[in-house]
Design a protein around this ligand. Structure first.
Ligand SMILES: CC(C)(COP(=O)(O)OP(=O)(O)OC[C@H]1O[C@@H](n2cnc3c(N)ncnc32)[C@H](O)[C@@H]1OP(=O)(O)O)[C@@H](O)C(=O)NCCC(=O)NCCS
Length: 162
């Protein structure tokens, strides 16, 4: 049994530790982190799952960014503790937060990740949307929360406060 709640300041370092565990060392050197530097997360979309003993099992964060002058949501990082993977926690966090994002009026979401996993939620490769180098274009995926929201949207992804 897992409890879902919005990430608070008290969760911050445990979430960072989970990301450190799940991603390669130096993750914050990734180009996608340059889009996050100095930009606050979207609070209502940063969510953690804890087990009945309060142990952190999974976490997801979102940042705002822009493409072609339009607002986009950057999904990620998302991580599920290695001992809890395959239980559906990743899917739970993604479906819950995408629903929240839709209700908050966000139109389009982008992530950098494995299409074989994210396509089940409706993500597909974004043509012409360019993440800071070096990013494999095949891993730049998007989903529309409003019909047609990615139509004709192209260009470089830039910081929300750029
Ligand atoms: C990727 C991740 C978030 C998925 O969460 P999860 O709770 O383990 O996944 P779920 O239980 O929702 O889904 C499990 C299914 O996804 C599949 N899957 C998991 N990761 C996958 C990947 N990278 N590529 C393709 N399929 C994947 C599993 O094989 C399983 O398939 P099945 O439903 O056919 O059995 C999690 O494994 C994780 O934290 N991995 C390490 C960090 C990471 O890679 N984060 C994503 C960066 S973009």
């Amino acid at each position: 049994m897992y409890q879902m709640h919005d990430e608070t300041e008290a969760d911050l370092w445990e979430v960072e530790a989970l990301y450190d565990l799940c991603f390669a060392p130096g993750r914050t050197a990734l180009s996608s982190y340059r889009l996050r530097d100095g930009v606050p997360t979207i609070g209502p979309l940063c969510v953690v799952l804890r087990d009945a003993d309060g142990v952190l099992a999974a976490a997801i964060r979102f940042w705002p960014a822009k493409v072609g002058g339009l607002d986009i949501l950057l999904l990620g990082p998302i991580a599920v503790h290695p001992t809890r993977q395959g239980e559906g926690l990743g899917a739970l966090l993604i479906t819950e937060t995408l629903e929240r994002a839709r209700n908050l009026g966000w139109a389009r979401v982008l992530l950098v990740g494995d299409a074989p996993y994210y396509k089940r939620f409706g993500f597909a490769k974004l043509e012409g949307v360019v993440m800071p180098a070096p990013t494999n274009p095949d891993r730049v995926l998007g989903i529309e929360l409003q019909t047609g929201a990615w139509n004709g949207v192209a260009g470089e992804v830039v910081r929300a406060m750029a």
